[in-house]
Design a protein around this ligand. Structure first.
Ligand SMILES: *Cc1c(COP(=O)(O)O)cnc(C)c1O
Length: 499
């Protein structure tokens, strides 16, 4: 046989592709990490969740190392994976007050949990609707494949973007309900009115416990009861609060699976479960609802496929690490870490409240705060939250800018700064309180950061300035139709080998 094509030439030896000694490879990785913001020590006030316990990091690393080669794709082959997942689901069910009717899955993170909550609700809705209208279902019989029209997903403006993503990926109509601009809280009546407007098309209504932007604990009991009366599923997004509110040392209204009418709950292990990234739990009330989360096919010539989650091959390392950390801490350990985060949050909240020109927005529940300009103060005494974030950054603290937002009803949510406190925050809270006041002094009375269109052009060229206030003000001012493609471009260039 001489018809084989010639072997391709080996790729040109681009710099850095020759084999390298392992030590050398690791040295490069260490250098890259050294340039990152510190993931430990409480200086980064979002993204990372540090219990301040190096022993837990070591345990998690050892557990992940043990499970590194395992594929979670098939828990009937790797029985260890099934055991770890069962244990985590059982623990989450206890913590979140589910009964024996509650089952679920471990996912790769909050976004995947939220996507799957929507997927399960959509498919449950399709089946119920096909059963209600048999004429619709004549082709395939009742089942998720039966044509049933588009489902609706009702969310407060403050729901996590994972639900917008779910509507986008899974083709649901998204209905956004404005929140109170003074507090960031959504009214149960407003959410239920949106559900009622087309209850028969509504697959799911979402509430947060608490919301990321403001820490608002949504009115779970009222929404769940109202939704249940209309035959609509209700998801509680406790990605942020699921492993901290159960031990929060303040009385809270019920928000978890103890509430009748709550049909699913998401709770991230990799946030206040203090486990490494790549672990979240999604629980459903009712085994049938859980089954709607799955995908199975035998329609290809390979192995029969059953996937509980979005991914195929699944890393088992984060699962093992989460299992190890949750076993090592136990509820008592979480209660202690939560008490630390609570004390830090109370200190920071009081300090912000006592700082001229700043205010805490709304009534946050849990260890997150939104900080806005004090609109009751005269302009010369106000502190612009974006300028404050830059001043904090200059003092070694990373807070997040949250741009102002016009809601569907014409009201405007103010620009704010977001702070997440964790257990480790208590150990640095004196410095944080001092520096947040000093940062406010640095910028008090300066006019709010304004948009700069020339800057938008340089950002589009991939030039990310260090001072964020103007960038954020620019993103805030431009319409979403311009900003969203711009953000895509910037982030795509960051990883483009030729950019
Ligand atoms: C973090 C978060 C999510 C999404 O979680 P990821 O793990 O970042 O994908 C969803 N909802 C809320 C309220 C969150 O805080």
């Amino acid at each position: 046989m001489d018809a084989l094509p010639p072997a391709p030439a080996p790729p040109a030896a681009a710099s850095g592709t020759a084999p390298r000694a392992h030590d050398d490879v690791l040295a490069t990785l260490r250098a890259l990490r050294a340039a990152d913001p510190p993931t430990h020590g409480g200086r980064v006030l979002s993204y990372v969740y540090d219990p301040g316990r190096p022993d837990l990091d070591e345990l998690a690393a050892a557990a992940a190392r043990l499970f590194q080669p395992v594929n979670g794709l098939d828990p009937t082959t790797f029985r260890s994976v099934a055991r770890l997942e069962r244990d985590l689901v059982a623990l989450a069910r206890d913590v979140l007050h589910g009964d024996g009717d509650v089952v679920g899955s471990v996912t790769s993170g909050g976004t995947e949990s939220c996507l799957l909550a929507v997927k399960a609700a959509r498919d449950a809705w399709r089946v119920a609707r096909a059963a209600d209208a048999p004429a619709h279902a004549s082709h395939h019989g009742p089942g998720p494949r039966a044509p049933a029209g588009r489902a609706r997903l009702v969310i407060p403006t403050t729901a996590h973007p994972a639900f917008r993503k779910a509507a986008h990926y899974l083709d649901l109509d998204l209905v956004e309900v404005p929140v109170d601009p003074a507090t960031g809280a959504v009214a149960a009546d407003a959410l239920l009115a949106a559900v009622r407007a087309q209850a028969d098309r509504t697959a799911l209504v979402v509430v947060s416990a608490p919301s990321y932007p403001y820490g608002a604990l949504d009115p779970v009991a009222d929404v769940a009861a109202g939704a249940a009366a209309l035959g609509v599923a209700c998801h509680v997004d406790a990605c942020l609060g699921g492993w901290v509110l159960p031990w929060w040392p303040e009385p809270l209204p019920p928000w978890d699976l103890a509430v009748p009418g709550v049909t699913s709950v998401s709770a991230d292990l990799h946030k206040f479960g203090y486990t490494p990234k790549g672990a979240s739990v999604l629980l459903h009330r009712g085994r049938q609802r859980h089954r709607h989360q799955y995908f199975a096919t035998k329609g290809w010539p390979g192995y029969p496929v059953v996937n509980a989650t979005v991914l195929g091959s699944r890393a088992a390392g984060p699962l093992a690490a989460a299992w190890a950390v949750t076993r090592a801490l136990g509820p008592e350990g979480y209660a202690a870490l939560t008490a630390q985060a609570h004390r830090a949050t109370c200190r920071v909240r009081a300090a912000v409240g006592a700082t001229d020109g700043l205010r805490v927005v709304g009534a946050p529940v849990g260890p997150v705060l939104a900080v806005g300009a004090d609109v009751a103060a005269v302009p010369a005494a106000r502190v612009d939250p974006f300028r404050w974030v830059d001043a904090l950054r200059a003092r070694g603290w990373l807070a997040q800018c949250q741009p102002a937002l016009a809601q569907a009803d014409g009201t405007r949510l103010p620009r704010t700064a977001h702070l997440t406190l964790t257990a480790v925050s208590e150990s640095v809270v004196d410095a944080l309180v001092r520096d947040l006041g000093a940062a406010a002094d640095d910028v008090r009375g300066a006019p709010p950061a304004e948009a700069d269109l020339a800057l938008a052009a340089t950002v589009a060229q991939g030039d990310l300035p260090d001072r964020l206030a103007t960038v954020m003000a620019t993103l805030e001012a431009l319409p979403a139709e311009l900003v969203e493609p711009l953000l895509v471009e910037v982030l795509a260039r960051v990883v483009d080998p030729d950019a």
